[in-house]
Design a protein around this ligand. Structure first.
Ligand SMILES: Cc1cc2nc3c(=O)[nH]c(=O)nc-3n(C[C@H](O)[C@H](O)[C@H](O)COP(=O)(O)OP(=O)(O)OC[C@H]3O[C@@H](n4cnc5c(N)ncnc54)[C@H](O)[C@@H]3O)c2cc1C
Length: 420
């Protein structure tokens, strides 16, 4: 079914809460509906939207916003139930998953799950964890929909969507045909893909086939996941055994702690019994970390990390180290990650060092708990205020560190959407 709304208010459709509208809003419920649309006759440009959680509308949009209808709000139990029914009700196909089905791969430990583009990505993560399937657990609670996950190559805590994407199914509106694109051909990189660059505006993703594993594949070595798991296990004490369903081997490993009468007494933890962790446990841990650091879009408007982390030459990094040591003392260490010959420096660190944490400009604010995020602090921030704060951050960091920050958030302008 296709539904059309003229001059449609997008305030509730973008997590930044920008009060903007589009000239035409078109909702489709089935991929086949796309065949009935005459794209050239729609008000231009045509912009495909998911959950609106990575977008900054910088004004009213003069074209058409196209959306797959039917996605339920995040955490809506009906979403999980619907996904569960959807993924298990249809018969498996040979090697490739037919619409909405789970199919076994040649490798018996892996299964393919084809998920419609309009499903809330976290509903998919919740479903996978509840089924004991490995793959998306570290991506839990990232806002947005399945279709956009394949555009953005969403990532968190050492996992990226590309790690689990088998095939992207899309409608090519230039040829009016449906195509299956192997994940390996999508040009995935850090928060990017060909859908964001060379293919921008061409494909409408209709579903994504993910490759999940039935054997444990815990990824704990990024963003404090391991530490948070250790802390949870310590806090849980002996209940841990029941919750994690530890194997004999795991229980043996934890014998020392088990006998402690005060469960909070610090006993050295030899190592996490990784083979005994469940995707649900990791999911819950990741959600716990995220809830402490990131604003909940239901409470405070944002589009998540506003800037990409810059990757710079080593010489340039050394100059930044010299500035930081001059300011903070000779022992000071600049956080960084090696990326081959180059160095990635957290943009949040630079923003913090420039004194922006918590800074307000009108209703826009650099989020005090995570300076990489710009929020709509009052709920009434205008696009102009967000952009003014963005430009002030970019200008200051350029001046102090000689680094050019680039926004991760996609700016949807009143004329065209900017190719990133
Ligand atoms: C609080 C918060 C935390 C966040 N944390 C993270 C994080 O940890 N990691 C991370 O990677 N991101 C994060 N994000 C950013 C955001 O959640 C992701 O980029 C997400 O994938 C956007 O999904 P969406 O459905 O909202 O897409 P939208 O924002 O609506 O669209 C994003 C892009 O995808 C395109 N698109 C959407 N659907 C389709 C489709 N069906 N076919 C073709 N193109 C399509 C749009 O045209 C646009 O270019 C966060 C955002 C918020 C608000």
């Amino acid at each position: 079914m296709v539904t059309r709304h003229e001059t449609y208010d997008l305030s509730a459709q973008n997590t930044f809460g920008m009060k903007v509208s589009c000239r035409l809003y078109v909702e489709v419920t089935e991929p086949e509906d796309l065949l009935t649309l005459d794209f050239d006759a729609l008000p231009q440009p045509v912009f495909v939207m998911g959950g609106g959680s990575n977008l900054l509308f910088t004004g009213d949009f003069p074209g058409t916003v196209l959306k797959f209808a039917g996605a339920l709000p995040p955490n809506d139990p009906r979403g999980l139930k619907a996904l569960s029914d959807f993924c298990t009700s249809k018969s498996p196909g040979p090697g490739r998953a037919p619409d909405g089905a789970i199919a076994s791969l040649q490798v018996p430990e892996e299964i393919l799950v084809k998920v419609p583009a309009g499903v809330v990505f976290d509903d998919f993560c919740a479903w996978a964890a509840s089924e004991g399937l490995w793959g998306p657990e570290n991506l839990s609670l990232i806002p947005g929909e399945v279709g956009a996950s394949a555009v953005q190559n969403i990532g968190a805590y050492g996992v990226e969507a590309k790690d689990i994407i088998d095939t992207v199914h899309a409608f090519d509106h230039t040829t009016r045909s449906f195509v299956d694109i192997p994940g390996a051909d999508c040009g995935y990189g850090y928060r990017t893909s060909l859908f964001k660059t060379d293919w921008k505006g061409r494909y409408i993703i209709t579903s994504v086939t993910f490759r999940l594993s039935t054997v444990p594949q815990p990824k704990l070595d990024y963003g404090g996941v391991r530490k948070a798991i250790e802390k949870r296990i310590e806090d849980m004490g002996s209940e841990t055994y029941a919750t994690l369903g530890l194997s004999e081997g795991g229980a043996h490993l934890w014998e020392g702690r088990r006998s402690q009468s005060d469960r909070r007494v610090s006993v050295p933890i030899p190592s996490i019994p990784e083979e005994s962790l469940t995707p649900q446990f990791i999911r819950d841990t990741v959600i716990g970390i995220r809830e402490q650091k990131l604003p909940d879009p239901k409470e405070i408007g944002s589009a998540g990390s506003f800037f990409c982390n810059p990757v710079i030459d080593r010489d340039h990094f050394e100059r930044i180290v010299a500035i930081a040591k001059a300011e903070n003392g000779p022992e000071y260490e600049v956080p960084h990650y090696e990326v081959g010959e180059r160095v990635k420096v957290p943009a949040a660190w630079m923003i913090d060092q420039c004194g922006f944490k918590g800074m307000r400009l009108g209703g826009a604010q650099v989020y005090p708990k995570q300076p990489l995020v710009i929020v709509n602090a009052t709920g009434k921030a205008t696009p102009e205020e967000i952009v003014a704060l963005e430009q002030r951050v970019i200008g200051t960091i350029r001046e102090k560190y000689g680094v050019e920050l680039h926004p991760e958030v996609e700016h949807v302008s009143s004329q065209v959407t900017e190719k990133q």
